[in-house]
Each structure stands twice: as C-alpha cells, then as structure tokens.
Write a protein that binds this ligand. Structure first.
Ligand code: NAD
Length: 326
C-alpha cells in the first residue's frame, strides 16, 4: 500500500483526493492545508485526517502530492525529498530556475521519484495520436481561458503555456534554437496574454498563443508535417488526422475525397482516431505510483519539468518581464 498525503486541498487538490480514493493500492493518510475554509470542507466531505503540521504528515506517508500554489512548490518538495518521500508536484515544477535546478539536484542525490503534473500528456485526445509517427515542422497552439484569480501568482507562461511547452518538447526531437515572444499584463502585473515563436534546430517552428483573459475557452494544438496534419483538441477531447494518399482507402472510419495535385490525382483521407476512455488526473497519479513500485522513470520527470521551465523562463526574458511574483 502506498501511503499518500496531499498538500493543498483547494480547487485541484480536491480532484486529486477524489482520484487517490479510487486508485487501488493507494491509501490516503491525510492532508495539510493552512486555509480553514478549504480544510473544513475537506474534513466534512472526505472524513480525512487533517494534519496541522506538514512535518507530521510527511513522517506518516511514502509519497507527497503537492497541489499548493506554485510559490509553495519548492519548499514543500524540498522538505519531502529531504525526508526521503516520493513527490508528485503540480505544474510548474517550481517558480524560479534556481529552485528547479535545486530540486533536480536533490532528486538525483536521493532515492525518490518525482513526477510533475503536466496532465495534458495523459489527455485522451493526445494519447490517441502520440504513437503516430510525429515529425512536426510547424505547430500552431491556442490555449485560451477566462480570467480567474487562481494561478495569478505566476504569469500566463508558467500558468497555462507551460502545458503546451511540455507537450511540444515531448514531440519535437530537437533543441530550441531561437525564441521570440511578446506579452501583455492586462489584469495582473505579469503577462496575461502572450504570443511566442519557438524555432528548433531541425527547422520546426512552434507558434503559441496563451491567454487567461479570453471570453471563450480553447485548448488546441495543430501539427503540420511532411505527410499529414494532426489536430488535437485537448478541451473537447477530439483529434483529427488528415493525410494525403495515393489511393482511396476502404477503411469505413476514414472519409476520403480526391484532389488534383502537382503530382497528379491524390486522395485526402480524414480520420478521427478512437479516443481512449481515460481520466487524465487518475492516470497521471496511477503512473506515478507505478513508477515508484516498479522503480522506473516517471513519465513526466523532474528533468522534463526543468526543461519546460527553462523554455518558459527564456520566453519571460524575451517578453522583458521576468518579475514573476506579484
Ligand atoms: N495541471 C493542471 O491542469 C492544473 C490546473 C489547475 C491548477 N494547477 C496547479 O495546481 C496548484 C494549485 O492550484 P489550485 O487551482 O488548486 O489553487 P487553489 O488556490 O484553489 O488551492 C491551493 C490550496 O493550497 C493551499 N496552500 C497554500 N499554501 C500551502 C502550503 N504551504 N501547504 C499546503 N497547502 C497550501 C491553499 O490554502 C489552497 O487551499 C498550482 O500549482 C497550479 O499551477 C494545475
């Protein structure tokens, strides 16, 4: 049985509690949250032990699930690792690059697993296409959300765009060559809306727009590569593949029509891959537990978390607003 303690039971922490309760082989030992309102709600709803001292909770568990605001990630992770506890920490790994590097070093020197909550890696729309031969040359990303004070302790880059940065780094097998970016703080002192162009050494270009001040929500990645277009709708959990083929296919799930190209007649094949029934938060927590039990690398490791933060901080420097605490 993996004994788990949750640090932070606000909006997302409650989803984590619900999921841990359903994961076989995991035992929720208790939680720590300094906020009286959230703690009382959890006490009533979940009948789970509240710890007044985070250190006491740490001694009672094998793994810490850190779902506190980003400016608390480093301290909470640091004390968990120093106490020999495995760590699941919500994205982003930490707030500053110094903190992220220090956490990577601590994990390396210890015997613990760390996973970062880049939950889009487990989004069923992404799972449906991630095993295709992806070789993106142009990526267009839109992640738009309505304004919510939660998460504004950091910029939109570390709050929302970091999800897409992590996904892009996981599918583009090349180093970043150049970044250009612009952003504006409309509702807060840090960028709330930003547009970023990331150029990779292999020629791939990713164009990302993130906003937390939009009227409508959108979470889409469009991938263009030599032989195909792949669209991933993370919000509505749908994906679409469009390919150019020499002949029509008789697959009933693929819609085709003919077009004239420079090389003669070709078929356009449009398909919507089967989307697996996956609860992304449950899946990421289960995979974290599996990595501990099997002593394997976590799917989104501390290095992945650091790499996403590195790109995020380069973006912030380009925007010229690296003041990330309000
Ligand atoms: N993966 C995702 O898609 C996703 C979505 C939303 C939030 N998040 C991340 O989850 C984290 C929490 O976000 P939220 O929306 O639940 O925020 P929230 O404000 O709703 O909840 C945070 C909770 O943490 C508590 N807290 C503060 N300091 C603490 C400490 N030192 N120890 C323990 N608890 C503490 C607060 O009292 C509050 O109850 C953030 O890092 C955020 O980036 C990730």
């Amino acid at each position: 049985m993996l004994k788990v303690g949750v640090f932070g039971v606000g909006h997302l922490g409650k989803f984590h509690l619900n999921n841990w309760k359903e994961i076989a082989g995991a035992e929720l030992v208790g939680f720590y949250d300094p906020d009286e309102t959230n703690a009382k709600e959890v006490l009533q709803r979940y009948k789970l032990k509240r710890f007044d001292d985070p250190g006491e909770l740490l001694t009672a568990i094998d793994a810490a699930d850190i779902v506190a605001p980003t400016d608390h990630h480093f301290r909470l992770c640091e004390s968990a690792i120093k106490n020999g506890k495995h760590v699941f920490v919500e994205k982003p790994l930490a707030q500053t690059m110094d903190e992220a590097h220090a956490l990577v070093k601590l994990v390396k020197e210890s015997n613990v697993k760390l996973q970062v909550g880049h939950v889009e890696r487990f989004n069923p729309a992404f799972l449906a296409v991630k095993d295709l031969k992806l070789n993106p040359m142009f990526i267009e990303v839109h992640r738009l959300a309505q304004f919510n004070p939660r998460g504004t302790e950091v910029s939109v880059i570390l709050d929302l765009m970091i999800h897409d940065i992590d996904i892009i780094l996981s599918i583009v097998k090349s180093d970043v060559k150049y970044i250009s970016a612009s952003g504006v703080g409309v509702m807060t002192d840090t960028p709330d809306i930003a547009n970023v162009r990331i150029e990779f050494n292999n020629g791939c270009v990713a164009n990302l727009t993130s906003s937390r001040i939009s009227m409508k929500k959108m979470r889409k990645i469009r991938i263009f590569q030599k032989d195909a277009y792949i669209g991933i709708d993370f919000l509505n959990k749908k994906s679409e593949i469009i390919k150019l083929k020499d002949q029509e296919t008789d697959d009933a799930n693929v819609f085709t029509f003919d077009i004239e190209t420079l090389n003669g007649k070709k078929s356009i094949a449009i398909s919507n891959p089967q989307i697996p029934e996956v609860n992304a938060i449950k899946k990421e927590l289960e995979e974290f537990k599996n990595a501990i039990e099997k002593n394997t690398k976590t799917i989104v490791s501390e290095i992945d978390g650091l790499m996403a933060m590195d790109v995020a901080h380069q973006i912030l420097q380009k925007i010229g607003n690296n003041v990330i605490t309000r």
